[in-house]
Design a protein around this ligand. Structure first.
Ligand code: NDP
Length: 402
């Protein structure tokens, strides 16, 4: 076994009423493999019950017993953005950082430079853009994530939000809760999705799952990606391929975004691209907030170029209380939750444990989990990301007050 490691784990807060003592359901379904045949996380053991809240600070990703029995130290905190945060205090001698995209501990260049012992950054989920990957490459860090753990969770959320926008669900729910029966108010922005053109930006694990789930709605499906899907999938789903995002958005009513955030995709949806969309289009973004220009989205909602915007990703996170999306018209946003359903948590907690077991025992981490290793993009990172930094501006997360 290697030397004693200090593991710094940043998780979101417990529920305001305290850590749950019971749950809505007694169990979650047991899945044997992911849709493409990739095997589920396979640690030697787990010390939690699948279906429990693991992603909050008391849940500790179910890791404490395992880490302490192995002779290592575990620090768990949600305090990541304040001046002299607990995260910053411990980072100076931590060797491993675990963080979730929902409540990201931004590993900026400045922080990496101040952490001489840091060797491994694990994303408990998917999407490692909260790490300055350029700096990770230059400092020989290993960055990995639990590939596929919550891809289907996100796909389900995206489909829910596509329907919520087009059918105008949220305002209708609000009328009921406020004691009304306002049918005209409810339906004056409500449409059928049948026959609409629905497209995804990136047809990776999530994007393809969204396309598959939208097919039974009898819509026309479109996609763009850096690599084209196999012909058999294009035929099965009757897909129209677009060589670039400009062509996609001009031919769609609904666009769902599923590419990673990297320098190529930062602010991809800006005023120029949005102005090329059909008037009254809908955007659902469950990929990363920074793929959209915040102010361009707000402007387009205000002037009607967009009929609606939904998703769950913001920049930075937590979103400052005055973030303009909170009060923009016709949105159906959630906080960043799609990939952290209780079902997803069980998978990524097991995946983090698998990665730590490999690390402590000097065994290779699965290729598909790797984003950066040995000074370059690796594994899934080499396929889906490009090098660079997208953490600029993350210090604004300190403006959030709960
Ligand atoms: P995948 O790696 O399976 O898919 C990503 C796809 O994006 C790949 O097909 C890749 O193309 C494509 N891509 C990359 N850059 C571009 C580009 N410039 N234009 C078009 N396509 C591009 O990942 P997942 O589908 O599992 O996840 C996608 C993203 O979703 C994650 O990176 C993360 O940011 C986000 N996510 C959000 C979650 C949430 O809770 N909201 C949870 C999980 C993920 P190719 O490989 O062909 O080059």
């Amino acid at each position: 076994m290697s030397n004693k490691e200090k593991i710094l784990c940043v998780l979101y807060d417990d529920p305001i009423d305290g850590y749950p003592t019971s749950y809505a359901r007694n169990s979650i379904p047991k899945l044997d493999q992911y849709p493409d045949g990739q095997s589920m996380p396979s640690p030697k053991n787990i010390d939690f019950t699948p279906g429990e809240l693991l992603g909050s600070i008391s849940g500790e990703l179910g890791l404490r017993k395992f880490i302490e029995n192995a002779g290592h130290e575990l620090i768990v905190t949600s305090d990541k953005d304040s001046k002299d945060s607990v995260f910053d205090q411990h980072l100076s001698d931590a060797s491993i950082v675990i963080s979730q995209p929902f409540w990201p501990a931004y590993l900026t260049k400045d922080r990496i430079d101040k952490s001489p012992n840091l060797k491994l950054a694990i994303t408990a989920g998917i999407g490692s853009d909260h790490v300055d990957l350029q700096s990770a490459i230059e400092n020989n860090l290993t960055v990995c994530e639990v590939t596929y753990c919550n891809s289907i969770s996100v796909a389900e959320h995206a489909v829910m939000q596509i329907l919520a926008l087009v059918r105008n669900y949220i305002p209708q729910y609000k009328w009921v809760v406020s004691g009304g029966w306002n049918i005209s108010d409810s339906v004056s922005r409500s449409y059928d999705i049948e026959g609409m053109d629905v497209g995804v930006v990136a047809a990776g694990r999530i994007g393809t799952a969204v396309l598959k789930r939208m097919k039974p709605f009898d819509v026309n499906l479109h996609y763009t990606d850096r690599h084209r899907l196999p012909e058999s999938i294009e035929n099965d789903l009757n897909l129209t391929y677009h060589k670039d995002v400009d062509s996609l958005v001009q031919n769609c009513d609904v666009v769902s975004i599923h590419c990673p955030l990297h320098p190529e995709t930062e602010h991809l949806f800006n005023d120029t691209l949005i102005s090329k969309m059909r008037k009254g289009s809908y955007i659902v973004n469950t990929a990363r907030g920074k793929i959209c220009d915040k102010d361009a989205i707000t402007r387009a909602l205000e002037n009607g170029q967009l009929a609606g915007y939904a998703g769950d990703v913001w920049f930075p996170q937590p979103a400052p209380n005055d973030h303009t999306w909170r009060t923009a018209p016709n949105h159906a946003l959630t906080p960043h939750t799609s990939g952290t359903s209780l079902s997803a948590q069980a998978r990524y907690a097991a995946g983090v444990r698998e990665i730590l077991e490999c690390w402590f025992e000097n065994r290779p981490i699965r290729e598909e989990y790797l984003i950066v290793q040995s000074g370059s993009l690796a594994g899934t990172g080499a396929h889906s990301y490009s090098a660079g930094n997208t953490t600029e501006g993350s210090d604004q997360a300190s403006k959030f007050k709960s």
